[in-house]
Design a binder for this molecule. Structure first.
Ligand code: BEZ
Length: 232
């Protein structure tokens, strides 16, 4: 065995143990969102009660009193009306204590006038972060990554984003994907590259020869028989 191989093996084993211990589960798109009860800045919440009848965006941040997180949380808070208009509730999460959360909410409010009114989970035992695969030890062993779960009113996970600690999320993209999901559900259509509200949508491809003939005879905007678009 070459010198240097033993430390290499130990470090691989250490990484493997960390991963087994930390990422205990990761919901996938289409899975039922795991239920949980949590202490939050708006009181105790059972997720399955909170979601009833609404879309929920559940998102984690690495730590309170950090600069990128402050910009992100402020971004979510400023979009309060947009999310309410689109039947969507917000829920933040980090593995900080409830006291740290309250102090941070208060500090940002006093300094900037922006109030984080949505609940922020104090996940100090990391149980919810583990349940949602928000702890990714290759990035940090002590803080959740920036995860976003868009969950529909049936509690099904519909879209997942993960960002590292040093890159803030894009609020326009979070809003766009929420509207894309809701529009797709409502009109049974799919959204092309860079879709924005008002732009053309894709009609599902024909599944029978008869439907193909109908499509060919239609006056839809057609790139090919399987790629047709329309304005809603
Ligand atoms: C931030 O939000 O600024 C941050 C948090 C954790 C690690 C690095 C940056």
């Amino acid at each position: 065995m070459k010198p240097g191989m033993i430390p290499g093996i130990f470090s691989n084993i250490k990484t493997l143990i960390m991963e087994v211990n930390t990422i205990t589960s990761m919901p996938r798109i289409g899975d039922k969102a795991p239920d949980f009860e949590a202490v939050t800045t708006t009181g105790k919440i059972k997720f399955s009660d909170y979601i009833k009848g609404s879309w929920v965006i559940l998102f984690s941040h690495p730590a309170d009193f950090t600069p990128v997180c402050t910009t992100e949380m402020s971004g979510f808070a400023k979009e309060k009306e947009f999310f309410a208009k689109h039947n969507t509730k917000l829920m933040g999460l980090s593995i900080d204590s409830i006291h740290a959360h309250i102090a941070w909410v208060n500090a940002v409010h006093e300094k900037t006038g922006v109030l984080f009114e949505f609940p922020i989970v104090a996940d100090i035992d990391m149980s919810i972060a583990k349940l949602y695969g928000m702890l990714q030890p290759g990035e940090s062993e002590t803080a959740a990554v920036r995860a976003v779960f868009i969950i529909d009113p049936e509690a099904k996970v519909r879209l997942i984003m993960y960002y590292p600690l040093n890159v803030g999320r894009n609020m326009a993209e979070i809003k766009r994907t929420l509207l894309a999901l809701q529009t797709s559900d409502e009109h049974k259509v799919a959204m092309p590259l860079d879709w924005e509200p008002g732009k053309k949508v894709i009609i599902p491809a024909p599944k029978t020869i008869e439907a193909l003939a109908e499509r060919k005879a239609s006056n839809l905007e057609m790139v090919d028989w399987y790629l047709a678009k329309k304005t809603l």
